[in-house]
Every structure is written in C-alpha cells, then in structure tokens.
Design a protein around this ligand. Structure first.
Ligand SMILES: [Zn+2]
Length: 364
C-alpha cells in the first residue's frame, strides 16, 4: 500500500515537471511583473518643479494627462511633487491676464466700455455689466454664506455633523466651482488646489535643490517593489530620472514620459514620449492606441520566447531522465574539454586497460 502511494507521488511529480517544461510561459511568469491581466494599473508621477503645466491651466492639463494615461490601463495612482516655490509661482500668462482684468475693470467702472455679454453669477444666476460689482456681490453674499456653513459643520459633532455635510455638499460644490472664476487665489494660481481637484495626491517638499526629485524617485521605486502599477507615466524632462526608468524596464514594466524636450534622454529610454501640447491636443491619446498595440505584441512574443535558466533546466532534466542527462553531459564535456581529462586522470582506454589488468590479476 505504502509502495503504491509512493509510486503515485513519484508519477505525479514527473507529470507536473513535464507540464512545466511544456509551457515556458508559466516559468517566465515568475520572473516578470506582467502576468496576463484584464487591465493593468497605471501610476502617474509628476515632477512639478521641472514640468509645470505651463502655459496650460493646471486643472485642464491634469485632466487631459489622466485621460491620456487611462489609454494605457486603469489609472490607480496620481502623484505630484514640488517644493513651496513651485506652488507660489504664477506663470507669466496668468500674470498678464490678471493685469488685463484690472485694466478692464477700471474702464468698466468709468463707463468707457461695456461687455457684450453680461457677467453671470454662477451661484444665484444674477447678471452684472460690471465685473467688480459681480466680485463684490459674490464676496458679500456667497462667500459669507459659505463661511457660515463651514462654521456650522465645524462646530457640529457626530451624526449631526454627517447630516450637515450631506445637506450642504451640493451648495458647497457649486460655490467652489463658481469661486474659482470670480475670486483669484492669493497664493500662486491655485496650482496645488487645482491638481487636488483633478484627483492628484500633491506633496510639498523642502526647498532644498533636488528634494522633489529624490522624494519622487523613492516613491516610484517603492511602488515598483509593492507592484502597485505595471505602467509608469513620468512627467519630467530631468535626466536624473534615467536610473529609475532603467530600473522599471529591468522589471519588465512599461514606461511613458511626458516632457517638452523632444529628443531627451528620458524619451529615448521610455516606451513612449509625449509633449504637453500633444497631451492637450489629444494627439497623445490617439498615439497611445498604437503604443498599447505594440505592448500587446511584445507580451505575446515574450510568452513564446524560450529563455534559458541553467538552474531550472538542470532541475527539470535531473528529475526526469537522470541517466540520459549524465550521458549527454559526459559526451559534451568530452568534446569541448578533451585536454582537461589528461590533467586529472589517464585516458579512457588506459583506465579500461588498467582495470582489466587488475580484474584479470584478481581472477587469477
Ligand atoms: Zn450670486
């Protein structure tokens, strides 16, 4: 009975080893990150110090970036790093627009010009023919209401607080969207807030040079270790990220770079590269389709590829047909290192003859 069980076990191991040998794909899977999945996870890493959305508005740029990234899979992580300076920076375009607005306001107040379309309050729908009046109306009425609601929520506790948040959520959202157009943010042009609104996790680092780079790189490698994503979208032109991209490639991960330097080092390493303009014009989203097609082909080829791993091959052969293996090993060695045998021992015919003599002597 025990013998039967042992025999059964033995056949089973042989069978499973044979199966493994038949499909190199299953062996390959252990070494590569991209096991076949319905959709792969995408992580966006944005180096804001190096690549602000300039000259495009941050929210629109972030949304378009996410749309492009979603062509490569499910966008699971959106991360942006910058130092304080980047968040307080106002792009020249925005500064110019603010100056123009100020001038227009002055002219409107004096009655020199009148806008073709009236300014509309997006909270209550009232119309104004003077921008400054709209701003005053907004501040005096809607900003006050908003502060009152915030204070009510702040002072409430427990279920009452939850109820209040639910009750005011629609109104607060409406206010926030309207305020963005009417009130200019005091710090920067609301870069951090706008990116957060687009769903990004925004992290401010110390003002030391390269602080954002270091933090971003560490975060990327951590995510690779945890296998949080199979495709990495890096927004930067900084060649310091070469190592991280190479690391990702070594791990069979997919890489996409967004930057304005067309023939930059990063774009040469990455699988695909786009500029801000291509992202904004939706050109990148169209090109992404062909990139994904290439990846699919590459994955199929990788599965068909025969890879040689001496350790695995040896184990498989040893268990299966030990005798055959030894025979072939011996003959191969004999062909390649014919002279090696001479150092260690005498030739095969000499051994035979010696042993023959010994044998014959014993027999006598
Ligand atoms: Zn209003």
């Amino acid at each position: 009975m025990v013998v039967f069980l042992k025999l059964g076990n033995f056949f089973f191991t042989i069978q499973s080893r044979r199966l493994e040998k038949l499909s190199p794909f299953s062996v390959l899977n252990r070494f590569c990150h991209f096991a076949p999945k319905p959709q792969e996870n995408v992580a966006i890493f944005w180096d804001l110090d190096n690549k602000p959305p300039d000259p495009f508005p941050p929210y629109a740029a972030a949304i378009k970036l996410k749309a492009t990234a979603s062509s490569f899979g499910f966008v699971q992580h959106m991360i942006a790093y910058a130092n304080r300076h980047s968040f307080s920076y106002v792009p020249p375009v925005v500064r110019e627009r603010r100056k123009e607005r100020k001038l227009l306001n002055q002219l409107e107040n004096k009655g020199v010009i009148k806008p073709v379309e009236p300014y509309l309050c997006r909270v209550c729908g009232r119309k104004f023919y003077n921008n400054e009046k709209l701003v005053n109306h907004f501040k005096q009425l809607h900003e006050r209401e908003h502060m009152k609601r915030l204070n009510q929520i702040e002072s409430a506790r427990g279920s009452r607080r939850v109820k209040l948040v639910g009750k005011y959520s629609m109104k607060m959202e409406k206010y926030k969207n309207a305020a963005r157009d009417v009130l200019t943010p005091k710090v920067g042009y609301g870069l951090a807030d706008e990116l957060k609104r687009a769903g990004f996790w925004v992290q401010t680092v110390s003002d030391k040079p390269q602080a954002a780079d270091v933090a971003l790189k560490k975060h990327m490698v951590d995510m690779m270790d945890q296998r949080g994503a199979q495709c990495f979208v890096l927004v930067s032109d900084d060649s310091d990220f070469v190592d991280v991209l190479n690391e990702a490639k070594l791990r069979c991960l997919k890489t996409v770079v967004v930057g304005n330097v067309n023939d930059g080092t990063l774009k040469r390493i990455a699988d695909a590269g786009f500029s801000w303009k291509e992202i904004m014009m939706k050109k990148a989203k169209k090109e992404a389709v062909s990139v994904v097609g290439k990846w699919k082909d590459r994955d199929v080829l990788k599965r068909l590829e025969w890879t040689y791993d001496p350790q695995i091959e040896r184990n498989v052969y040893r268990s299966d047909d030990e005798d055959e293996d030894l025979l072939t090993e011996g003959s191969v060695e004999g062909v390649h290192d014919g002279c090696m045998q001479e150092d260690n021992s005498s030739s095969w015919w000499e051994i035979d003859s010696d042993s023959d003599i010994i044998m014959s002597q014993r027999c006598k």
